[in-house]
Design a protein around this ligand. Structure first.
Ligand code: SAM
Ligand code: SF4
Length: 346
């Protein structure tokens, strides 16, 4: 178990409760679902996948819009309150606004956000907002054109910045930026990103580099601790803690009242497994109770074989019940999942 305070529920039954919230044996309630709508991507971020890409899933293995929507209805029935549409790169899935519209019909109150590399947002932000996306999180690891091109293997910074402006105009706000910090690559830019947050009012979230790359090239020495990022920014622009975090990101405002926010996601140095409320559905219908899970539960097979909603509910409840206490990235016995971030759905 990671350095946390989790303890298993006393007198817990052997099998998952058949009603009530979606819980695990540690009493954590799962209410946030990340839905991967494709494993494909139009970028090749060095920390995620190799230059030649990956062997994409054949089309018939990807869940259809109807299958995705049916599963979402099952999850909403189980208490899911927020979803993130992700991938791969979700915007390369054809007709994504139509799918979002179907999701919106399932959950008029659902919090629907999109995690994207932003390169197609210039044309898609408006249609996605109209279809029902509430907010966008856009990944951006460098504000320098040449470095952005090196890290994503695409010379697309300007296009992403235009996509961000389109997202703002479409009302996909508050906009969050995901920035993976890699020692010796882009860690010299954290103060520049903070300055950018102040200028744009974005929330820039610095993510610790995780062992989820397809190439298995992750090195612990390249992880820049969130605490280091915060110290550097605080020295330039003093920060104040922002209370009421409901996400893994710990967020800060600027002490001088400037707009914009800073967030850190310290998955490696300070895992937040104790309060995790997330689960994931991969593009081909595998349910994962943890980003780092070594096992998945197939929902597509049973669904295509005629399973009822009740049977799908039981599969999800059992899978959630068996969630471990947490990952052990910073321990010698850590085992990297077979599938990488873009295949799981980040
Ligand atoms: N393609 C979209 C994007 O890049 O925003 C969505 C999918 S991507 C897998 C989701 C998030 O995972 C991105 O913010 C990306 O930077 C992050 N990510 C990918 N590989 C990572 C790694 N090895 N460590 C930390 N974050 C990673
Ligand atoms: Fe694509 Fe996102 Fe992975 Fe970059 S991080 S290669 S944009 S899936």
């Amino acid at each position: 178990m990671p350095e946390g305070t989790l303890t298993q529920m006393p007198d817990r039954p052997d099998s998952a409760p058949s009603s009530g919230p979606l819980i695990d044996t540690f009493g954590r309630v799962a209410s946030d679902l990340r839905i991967s709508v494709t494993d494909r991507c139009n970028f090749r971020c060095t920390y995620c996948m190799p230059a030649e890409g990956l062997a994409w899933l054949p089309k018939n293995e990807i869940l259809t819009f109807e299958e995705l929507t049916r599963l979402l209805r099952v999850f909403v029935g189980l208490g899911v309150e927020s979803i993130k549409v992700t991938g791969g790169e979700p915007t390369v899935r054809a007709d994504l606004p139509t799918l979002v519209g179907m999701f919106r019909d399932v959950g008029p109150e659902l919090d629907i956000s999109l995690t994207t590399n932003g390169v197609l947002l210039e044309s898609l932000a408006g249609p996605l907002a109209r279809a029902g996306v509430d907010r966008a999180t856009v990944s951006c690891d460098s504000l320098l054109q040449h470095r952005f091109a090196e890290m994503t293997r695409r010379d697309a910074l300007e296009k992403v910045l235009r996509g961000l402006r389109a997202a703002e105009e479409a009302g996909l706000t508050p906009i969050k930026i995901n920035c993976v910090v890699i020692g010796g690559t882009n860690d010299d830019e954290v103060v520049d990103f903070a300055r950018w947050a102040r200028e744009t009012s974005y929330e820039v979230r610095f993510i610790e580099y995780m062992p989820l790359d397809a190439q298995h090239a992750w090195e612990r020495r390249k992880v820049v601790a969130a605490s280091t990022v915060l110290e550097r920014i605080d020295a330039a622009f003093p920060l104040i803690a922002h209370g009421g975090n409901v996400e893994p990101a710990t967020t800060y405002g600027f002490a001088d009242g400037s707009p914009g926010r800073i967030g850190v996601i310290p998955s490696v140095t300070e895992p937040f497994c104790d309060s995790c409320n997330r689960m994931r559905l991969t593009a081909e219908g595998q349910f994962r109770n943890c980003l780092f899970a070594l096992e998945e539960t197939d929902l597509r097979g049973p669904m295509r074989a005629g399973a009822t909603d009740g049977e799908l509910v039981d599969l999800v409840r059992d899978a959630m019940w068996n969630k471990w206490s947490g990952h052990r990235i910073d321990h010698a016995d850590f085992v990297q999942p077979a599938r990488s971030m873009s295949m799981i759905g980040g």
